[in-house]
Design a protein around this ligand. Sequence first.
Ligand code: GTP
Ligand code: MG
Length: 353
Amino acid sequence: MKDENAIAFLNRGRFKAASKKYEEAIKYYDKAIKLNPEYAEAYNEKGNTLLILGKVDEAITSFTKATEINEKYITAWKGKEAALLMQNKQEEAIGCCDTIIRIDPRNEEAWITKGFLLSDIHRFDEALKCFDRAIKINPNSIDALRKKGDALLALGRFDEEKKCNQSIEEIKKEDKMKKTKRIMKKICLVGDPAVGKTSLIRRYVYDTFEDKYLYTIGAKITKKIMNIKYPTHDVNLTLMIWDIEGQKGTGKVHSTYYKGADAAIIVCDITMKETLENIQNWINAVFKVTAEIPLIFLANKTELPNKAFDEKEIKNIASEFNARYLFTSAKTGKNVENAFITVSKLLLEQTRN
Ligand SMILES: Nc1nc2c(ncn2[C@@H]2O[C@H](COP(=O)(O)OP(=O)(O)OP(=O)(O)O)[C@@H](O)[C@H]2O)c(=O)[nH]1
Ligand SMILES: [Mg+2]
């Protein structure tokens, strides 16, 4: 069991890093590591932040430590590889790819990267083998085919290079022929008055923010169209976003608004504890009308300093519903797009099943 305080320090570090306060982030990672010297994730995050600061040597040390604690920590191996490349240490970076491949032999990305690095040091024959492995794992990998073509060109094997290009064209043509899937989904934003539901939608759809509070009356619907690319097809997702007033509470008036909702975003205000305590009432009200639809929890206004509850409390509620939670700010835009994208992915998963 990891020390809860260490987890809290790691999260605080991540938060600082997300707000570009890198030096402070590192201090928190160090605190996490001091509490739990075997905390691989903290070493990994520290490595990432050191890389941003251009402290490549220290970053490598940090990633290395993470991989020593957890030999199968692919993310840390990738971090180390990126850092080694910054120092032009191709051979060692290739070593990282080899390790990733040993851990996960079907890691298409690692095969492509290895091939790419080998090409870089003119070991084209070996590179070709790597690209072929990637293509075997994913025959539609345009990336691998393209890089294979480059390597063949360097070796003067023009006929084979031509074949590669033909395959790429065929894959592209096939992709075009596959129809774009069109899906429409309804999502509801619910939560106490003034927690920021309207503001979150406004930030996401129009990328603006209003300081003035104009409470919503009834429900307002905003349409947002998203195009999501999958390797095999495209999805055109129309989100019907229902902004539902918080003023009248969880009473009967609302029930018609929830009908047919495919997912709900439950919003609370991090500066007001009671908005968190009320979440259960909102969920009860929604679930009375809908089946058990996917939920996501947002603690909004996180850029404000006066926090009334901490991560643990919202995490507890979210885990009860097997749901994700995010700390957002409609004011700064933090995590707002992320929240809607997360919901969209949940909706698309639902469609596939
Ligand atoms: N500082 C800060 N203020 C916010 C944020 N989001 C919303 N607000 C403010 O909080 C107030 C209420 O925001 P709304 O978006 O209208 O809240 P609502 O949840 O739609 O309220 P109801 O319509 O009554 O349900 C407004 O004054 C917003 O400017 C945020 O992330 N940070
Ligand atoms: Mg509103």
